[in-house]
Design a protein around this ligand. Structure first.
Ligand code: MG
Length: 377
């Protein structure tokens, strides 16, 4: 790895793990975090969880797993340009969606509604819960016992109410401070990844068309660039040549603007970063271009009636499951019944169980509980 900038997260100076462990041999603390995340079961489940299109709608759409890998790729490229810690930015990127429910935002909204009078449900907080508590892999502790900097990056948003319950990791939400630059970067790399792959998946699904997208200035500009390079190009190649140029422009913009911000503020170390305003940012022009693209995706893709119908079904599945389990604990798998008894909190245990489901597992579980023609249990 290239030399780290003074404002980068340094694994030698990590704020440490909740439960102290010996230093790893042959790898840094942040590499160890990344390795633990990749070997977790929550990470493997990302393969069958989706954001916009449900898993069974097509084999070529992004899943949360491929999304997380794309985020890590984009974040690492920029981290290298800014001399930030690539291992940390990769660990945060790969873990950032671990707490997502099945069926993307529809699933999360439904679960949050079900949990409204029991503390609610936030997917960022759930990602932290997965790595702090829910993974069962080690003899010495619950969860993955990750370092502070990785956990800080995973907890992207948090309500003040929940932040107050989290101790050190929640402090910045109460004091209005920033996380380290690697966390700021993973957050924006997430945006670059999903805005662009939603364009690609949206076109693939046929719910939006190339002609419609040309009304979005940033898309139109890059279509023209692709056509100038390859006058005969059309179809999928044109889409790919356009999308890869859009990603590249955003990566370059983010790198340049962030370098300028860092130069201007001149933070001496990660603690000075935490006290500074957000330093990893797009330029004002790029923010405007992204806003226009997001508006288009919201109204034309995320609110497309076919997506809306699937989302309604997804919400119903999550809420049916929640009400079935919480009204009769005996319907939960044995292991969760035990945890519910021990903790005395069937609501949170059910919420953890449902949040951990993949799309297809949730559909199957719903069928097992509700379809009268289903015989096998
Ligand atoms: Mg994401």
């Amino acid at each position: 790895m290239a030399e780290l900038a003074p404002y980068a997260a340094n694994p030698e100076k990590s704020r440490g793990r909740r439960i102290a462990e010996d230093r790893p041999e042959g790898r840094t603390e942040f590499q160890r975090d990344r390795d633990r995340i990749i070997h977790s079961s929550a990470f493997r489940r990302l393969e069958y969880k989706t954001q916009v299109f449900v898993n069974h709608e097509g084999d070529l759409f992004r899943t949360r797993l491929t999304h997380s890998i794309e985020v890590a790729q984009i974040a690492r490229s920029i981290a290298r340009n800014l001399a930030l810690n690539e291992d940390l930015v990769e660990a945060i990127s790969l873990a950032h969606d671990l707490g997502h429910t099945p069926f993307g935002h529809a699933g999360q909204d439904a679960l949050n509604e079900c949990m409204a009078s029991h503390g609610g449900f936030e997917h960022n907080l759930q990602s932290l819960r997965v790595v702090d508590l829910l993974e069962e892999r080690y003899g010495a502790f619950d969860g993955l016992n990750l370092s502070f900097e990785t956990r800080e990056g995973i907890l992207k948003h948090c309500s003040a109410k929940n932040a107050a319950l989290l101790g050190e990791i929640g402090e910045r939400f109460l004091k209005g401070r920033q996380p380290g630059l690697e966390a700021q970067l993973a957050n924006l790399a997430d945006e670059v990844a999903y805005n662009n792959h939603d364009v690609d998946d949206g076109l693939r699904s046929g719910l939006i068309t190339l002609e419609e997208l040309r009304s979005v200035p940033i898309f139109e500009r890059h279509v023209e660039m692709a056509r100038a390079a390859f006058p005969e190009i059309s179809g999928r190649r044109l889409i790919h040549e356009t999308v890869r140029r859009m990603i590249n422009s955003q990566v370059i913009d983010l790198t340049r603007q962030s370098l300028a911000n860092i130069e201007k503020t001149g933070p001496g170390d990660i603690d000075a970063v935490r006290e500074s305003p957000q330093l990893i940012t797009f330029s004002a022009e790029m923010k405007k271009a992204q806003h226009e693209l997001k508006q288009f995706l919201r109204t034309r893709l995320y609110q497309h009636y076919k997506v809306t119908r699937m989302s309604a079904k997804a919400r119903r599945i999550v809420s049916d499951l929640f009400h079935a389990f919480t009204s009769d604990v005996r319907l939960l798998p044995a292991q969760f019944q035990e945890t519910a008894e021990e903790s005395g909190n069937i609501m949170r245990v059910t919420s953890d169980y449902i949040a951990g489901m993949t799309d297809r597992y949730a559909i199957r579980e719903h069928r097992r509980l509700f379809a009268v023609e289903e015989i096998a249990l």
